[in-house]
Design a protein around this ligand. Structure first.
Ligand SMILES: *[C@@H]1O[C@H](CO)[C@@H](O)[C@H](O)[C@H]1NC(C)=O
Ligand SMILES: *[C@@H]1O[C@H](CO)[C@@H](O)[C@H](O)[C@H]1NC(C)=O
Length: 399
């Protein structure tokens, strides 16, 4: 009796090991669904699928999804597959493409102080890891420094700086270059003692070196498509005591030059790219304090001017409106630099030094479409929220 139990156990574990092995081999290729043994075999690719609650899952058989401890959220592969959402949390190792990093209490929010590390293991064919912050709401910075809650990325290429991030960053994304390291990559969500309901759901995509979606090397953010929006981290922070961009960052935001497009126009956005933002939140930044600003109800210029605020190195008063050095190379502390143009800082996005009005700015140069953002350790502002639109190479006669 005892012996046979051991024997059964051994058989079971051999079977389990075999199962694991075959599953790992199939991971990046196909699943086999065999509803009627000996009659029919359905083979389908383990592709991305649309899940009911999360934005995406991977198509597996129901059994595979169960083995992976995933959550089935709908069908895929014409009903033969199950759209499987894989979530991982603290002290786990993620090995699957298109999985999610979530709080240990998921789907509940995280209230407690915690250090939550997650390892991401990847194959040698992977060049980048893209992190999509589908939800990202942790305590914001104080004076630009992440002092209570922090999101830290460790283990990427040594020459690719990933800033420590905190605050409100839903719908932001970052790329981590990993082509010169073996991994694993480690993400750490560190929550401090201050009470707050933290919420995060970070989609992890492993980008193969030959992927058409690979970002140019060194870009922290990469936008494809002719029209879009980018903004500084923590831009949509409702808590006035924790608003402003992050100190000590230095990163590149890149756009893919779309087919037959020759110029890009950048203009200060109105936050419409993010449902959490609204004109009603226009007063939430240090940059919005000047009393000289005309205050009319629903004043568009005020809303717009409050969407751009980058501290200059002499900005002790935080009076961005009167200290604008837009388009000037005097921006030595914090600045946004558009490749092919100058540096921008101050209270308005403008090529005219000292201007208080934002203006659309067009770059016609060829070359990479890239914007750098650099901030020092001191002084801070609302940040930036920039819409962009690419334009075609036709001769422009109507200007
Ligand atoms: C991960 O998924 C994305 C999106 O479907 C895909 O482009 C990429 O090639 C996948 N990576 C791997 C390693 O399969
Ligand atoms: C911001 O800080 C001030 C002064 O410390 C405090 O009175 C206020 O309650 C804080 N606001 C929020 C939303 O925490």
């Amino acid at each position: 009796m005892w012996k046979s139990a051991v024997f059964l156990l051994t058989v079971a574990s051999i079977a389990a090991a075999a199962e694991v092995k075959s599953r790992r081999v199939r991971d990046s290729s196909t699943s086999i669904f065999n509803p009627f043994p000996f009659l029919q075999i359905v083979r389908f690719a383990n592709d991305e699928c649309a899940a009911e609650s999360a934005s995406s899952g991977t198509c597996y058989t129901a059994k595979e999804c169960d083995d992976l401890k995933g959550h089935i959220q709908g069908d895929c592969a014409n009903g033969y597959g199950s759209c499987c959402v894989l979530t991982y949390s603290c002290r786990e190792t993620m090995r699957h493409n298109l999985s999610y990093f979530v709080p240990p209490s998921y789907p509940e929010k995280e209230e407690e102080a915690n250090v939550c590390p997650l390892k991401i293991a990847f194959e040698a064919t992977i060049c980048q890891i893209r992190l999509d912050f589908e939800r990202f709401d942790i305590l914001g910075p104080k004076g630009g420094d992440c002092v209570d809650d922090l999101f830290v990325v460790l283990g990427g290429n040594v020459n690719h700086r990933v800033p420590v991030i905190c605050g409100q960053n839903a719908n932001q994304h970052i790329y981590v270059n990993v082509d010169t390291v073996e991994g694993p990559l480690e993400l750490q969500m560190i929550t401090g003692i201050a009470r707050y309901s933290r919420d995060w759901r970070i989609k992890v995509s492993m980008v193969p070196c030959d992927s058409p979606f690979k970002a140019p090397n060194g870009c922290l953010q990469f936008f494809t498509g002719g029209v879009g929006n980018f903004r500084s981290f923590n831009f949509n922070q409702p808590d006035t005591n924790r608003s402003g961009y992050l100190n000590s960052v230095d990163y590149a935001i890149c756009l893919r030059r779309e087919r037959d497009m020759c110029y890009v126009t950048y203009s200060v956005g109105r936050g419409t790219g993010n449902s959490e933002n609204s004109p009603g939140k226009k007063d939430n930044a240090a940059a919005s304090t000047p009393t000289t600003t005309p205050r009319g109800p629903r004043d568009n210029s005020l809303i717009r001017s409050n969407s751009f605020g980058i501290a200059t190195s002499t900005d002790k008063s935080m009076d961005f409106q009167s200290d604008s050095k837009g388009g000037s190379s005097k921006c030595t502390g914090d600045y946004l630099a558009i490749f092919g143009l100058e540096r921008f800082c101050g209270g308005a996005f403008s090529l005219t030094s000292g201007s208080k009005e934002n203006q659309p700015i067009t770059v016609k140069d060829s070359g990479p479409l890239m914007v750098l953002f650099k901030s020092d350790k001191t002084f801070n502002g609302r940040g930036f929220d920039i819409d962009f639109v690419q334009g075609p190479c036709m001769p422009i006669t109507f200007f």
